[in-house]
Design a protein around this ligand. Structure first.
Ligand code: ATP
Ligand code: MG
Length: 433
């Protein structure tokens, strides 16, 4: 669109690439430098030309090469719109073109908490407590709104210009209700080092307990300066997670040890909850220096920062009003709006990657579909396209160990694509359909 603009003065002056700097999108946002890049999106600094304020523009491509992008974007939008909290990154607005979805987000100038830990090594317990209280305040609030993050890790925790914490990246989040009538979740998601054992074991799980586990890993990382569960061999690392096999460095205080042990309890039933008389918010380490009522009123003040309008009953209609569907010609997004439908599935198969991919090839035989190789260095994958070049599914296989493969399938949304999954691809990969 190339609109003339005055010279930019952007905040957040740390390094980054400048591709696209100065470009104006929707006659509204002037794009600045790249702030970060995740698995599904790129995030740019941008200036709102109307208000002259700065935002972060998270850009998802809707290309067939990144079919999951739209699904993740829509999930992120539908969850973030439910949340208004001082320590949850705020979604300002959503814009879309034929090929891209842009999320205008509150700017977190201080970067990732991860970078701080990396550059400093570890935090004193007092500093870690400040961040941890803010994190728990946000997590408690999200859970009270029926939203579970499921991918909490320091890379998804950002800091604003005052050094206050903001939870970001709800692309793997979920709404309460689960995917089964039991109300529990079954989808394997999250980042291995931060994932709870019940998720790895592919058991039905309570998503609030999964977030508590991840917060426990984060608390350990903040105060120890390294991960509690880490090993170059993924299977060994998983074994450590199942057993909650970790060691504290000597400088961690007894009170903090007791809290971390309760959070990293491998049994989700006995694992500590966020609230309650025996919960995290009542734990002596958490409350050190403040009393419980002080803390409760502080938490309430975080929620009241924004006047929240509860539109949850209208969620689907309101989301359509964002006009994303109309911008997504030829792409049926309706299953994505239903958070109980999973378009991405990850699971393990006790076979090497080649065998898994051969199964995919066999399933495609005689279907008039095309296979294209994809995948990065550490994974192998194929993209399955229909006769019209439509996206049918993608399968990525990452070799775990001992002939074990981690498989990630992204399924197409159309009825024929669903049928292909149900009748051919799902059975070929031993998935219950
Ligand atoms: P993932 O690979 O974890 O799924 P993603 O593709 O969903 O990531 P994000 O995690 O939301 O992307 O963003 C990627 C990176 O961009 C973040 O780790 C952070 O460095 C930067 N970033 C994201 N949002 C903002 C923001 N509002 N302000 C500043 N930086 C941001
Ligand atoms: Mg991220």
């Amino acid at each position: 669109m190339g609109t003339e603009s005055p010279t930019l003065s952007f905040p957040c002056t740390s390094s980054g690439t400048n591709a696209g700097t100065g470009r104006v999108v929707f006659d509204r946002y002037e794009i600045g430098r790249l702030l970060g890049r995740g698995g599904s999106a790129k995030v740019y600094l941008a200036r709102d030309l109307q208000s002259n304020s700065h935002v972060a523009l998270k850009l998802f491509s809707k290309s067939s090469k990144a079919p999951a992008g739209t699904a993740i974007a829509v999930r992120e939008i539908s969850l973030m719109r439910k949340l208004r909290h001082k320590h949850v990154l705020r979604l300002i607005e959503v814009l879309a073109s034929r090929s891209k979805i842009y999320l205008s987000l509150e700017l977190a100038c201080g970067g990732e908490l991860f970078t701080r830990v990396e550059s400093r090594g570890r935090f004193p317990e007092e500093t870690a407590r400040k961040y941890f209280r803010q994190l728990i305040s946000a997590v408690r609030y999200c859970h009270s709104r029926g939203v579970f993050h499921r991918d909490l890790k320091p890379e998804n925790i950002l800091l604003d210009e005052n050094g206050d914490l903001k939870i970001a990246d709800f692309g793997l989040g979920a709404l309460s209700g689960g995917t089964n009538p039991d109300g529990l979740f079954h989808t394997l998601c999250g980042t291995p080092a931060y994932v709870a054992p019940e998720v790895l074991a592919k058991k039905a799980y309570d998503a609030s307990k999964v977030d508590v586990w991840s917060c426990g890993v984060i608390l350990f990382v903040l105060t120890a300066g390294y991960l509690p569960f880490n090993h170059p061999n993924l299977m060994t690392m998983y074994r450590k997670i199942y057993r909650s096999d970790f060691r504290f460095p000597k400088w961690i205080s007894p009170a903090l040890r007791s809290l971390i042990c309760r959070m990293l309890d491998p049994n989700p039933v006995t694992r500590i909850t966020v609230e309650g008389v025996d919960g995290i918010t009542s734990h002596p380490w958490f409350l050190s220096g403040i009393d419980a009522s002080e803390w409760t009123s502080e938490m309430r003040s975080h929620e009241d920062m924004f006047k929240f309008e509860d539109k949850s009953d209208d969620e689907k209609r309101a989301l359509n009003a964002f006009d994303i569907i109309s911008f997504s010609a030829g792409c049926d997004l309706s299953p994505i709006f239903d958070p109980t439908v999973s378009v991405r599935e990850r699971f393990f198969m006790a076979e090497p990657a080649e065998t898994v991919l051969k199964r995919v090839e066999d399933a495609v035989q005689g279907e008039g579909m095309r296979l294209r190789s994809s995948g990065e260095e550490e994974s192998k994958g194929v993209l399955i396209e229909g006769q019209n070049g439509n996206f049918v599914a993608s399968v990525e296989v990452c070799c775990a160990s001992y002939g074990l493969s981690m498989v990630e399938v992204i399924k197409g949304d159309g009825s024929s694509e669903k049928l292909f999954w149900k009748e051919k691809l799902g059975p070929a990969l031993n998935r219950p359909v």
